[in-house]
Design a protein around this ligand. Structure first.
Ligand code: PMP
Length: 411
């Protein structure tokens, strides 16, 4: 069995050696990179830099081999087939891909797209634009403002006018938003009325083992940089039964089987969906990141660890006068990895700015989920989020420095 030891893992991350006192709690924005990921990209540029799927010289064959090997590692990680894994630049591009290459052709006036009230702009604005352009309408799964779980929709919510359900597996502001099997139930309710389902897994995939077959999902998107990989690379999973129903998002080199002056035949997926020179070193880096997770992280143990850190953090936060925590406290303590909070008398930017000066990295703002922030009347919150290298000591230092910050502003 893979052991899980955050203190030991921290040693694999050069940034923590180079910045000795850094307490990095901004993992929901992006994670740090282990040496093996950085080295995999250095290796590519130093030893076999070459384009992929074109040149049959030795370097070209080697880079193609490493690039495709990455796809295979990621496919296994998600329990997908290799051809179902499409490299994108990240979650944002993945959602825009499906909006442009599937929804634009298939969503008509008076159709509905369903999403939730808690989405990141990346899984909201593409659908708002599709609706504005087509005359279709958005329909929202609502948030229960007391429990911070998505409410169970009434039976009459569902109709065959709903063509797509595009939802987050986990919120970047509130953490877990689905009670028990509710996500699975929404996926099957959507399928029952013939809708397709897209899952924004950018906040879930780094923390929980996802099985796309078990989830029975049509599209899934994630960002590599939130799970130890480099920026500029992400994954779009398209269930192979839909490969012929989704158009290429981009057209150009590398994805053509035959082209003439007046026609074209695409290659099979995944190549049909990957026009142009891809982000080769980043794809290789993401493969190395997933390999690192496979070899070093028992996800069950990891969940217990982040839940323990989250509990500690919440207990410490609640000792501060007028502290408000945004999210289901019980659920976060049970299995969370992210805590958003605010104080009525100190702006979140003041808190994170002050903490930044004390070597502590947390995020503040509306977290690119402005409709949610407006609905909650929450101008700005501070978010602390954990990853595999965070320790009990990080939480102790954070709480200590947060108290110092609060005392500074309240004195
Ligand atoms: N969805 C969610 C839930 C996110 O947290 C983020 C990143 N904060 C995104 C989408 C967008 O990801 P990216 O910027 O990597 O494309």
């Amino acid at each position: 069995m893979v052991k899980f030891d955050a203190k030991l893992l921290k040693k694999d991350f050069p940034i923590f050696q180079n910045k000795k006192n850094l307490v990095y709690l901004d993992n929901a924005a992006t994670t740090q990179k282990p040496r093996s990921v950085i080295q995999s990209m250095v290796d590519f540029y130093e030893n076999y830099n070459s384009n992929v799927h074109r040149s049959i010289h030795e370097l070209g064959e080697t880079s193609t081999c490493f690039f495709e090997n990455s796809r295979e590692i990621i496919a296994k990680f998600l329990n997908a087939e290799n051809e179902e894994i499409i490299f994108t630049s990240g979650t944002t591009e993945g959602v825009n891909f499906i909006a442009d290459a599937w929804a634009r052709q298939n969503i008509e006036k008076n159709d509905y797209i369903v999403t939730t009230q808690v989405e990141h702009h990346a899984n909201f604005l593409p659908w708002l634009r599709i609706c504005k352009n087509s005359g279709a309408k958005l329909k929202f799964l609502e948030l229960d403002k007391d429990t911070f779980f998505i409410k169970l929709p009434e039976a009459n919510f569902w109709s065959d006018k709903i063509k797509l359900v595009s939802i987050s597996a986990s919120s970047n502001v509130l953490g877990e938003i689905w009670k028990e099997n509710q996500l699975e139930n929404i996926i099957s309710a959507a399928h029952d009325i013939g809708a397709l389902v897209l899952l924004d897994a950018s906040q879930l995939a780094p923390y929980k083992k996802i099985d796309v077959k078990k989830l029975n999902i049509d599209f899934l998107v994630l960002s590599g940089h939130k799970m130890l990989g480099p920026t500029g690379i992400g994954i779009l999973y398209i269930n192979k039964s839909l490969h012929n129903k989704v158009e290429p998002y981009k057209v150009g080199g590398s994805m053509v089987q035959a082209a003439s002056f007046n026609d074209v035949i695409w290659k099979e997926a995944p190549y049909k969906f990957e026009a142009g020179t891809p982000a080769i070193s980043q794809a290789i880096g993401l493969g190395a990141a997933v390999k690192y997770l496979n070899e070093n992280v028992d996800f069950k143990e990891f969940e217990k660890h982040t839940a323990y850190l989250s509990s500690m953090l919440i207990d410490g936060l609640l000792k501060i006068k007028d502290m408000k925590i945004w999210g289901n406290i019980e659920q976060i303590k049970k299995s969370g990895h992210l805590v958003s909070f605010s104080l009525p008398d100190i702006h979140a930017h003041d808190i994170s700015g002050f903490l930044g000066g004390l070597n502590i990295s947390v995020r503040s703002g509306h977290h690119c989920a402005q409709p949610l922030a407006n609905m909650l009347n929450l101008q700005s919150s501070v978010r602390a989020s954990f990853y595999i290298y965070n320790t009990v000591q990080d939480v102790e230092i954070f709480l200590d420095k947060l108290n110092e910050t609060v005392n500074f502003f309240r004195k």
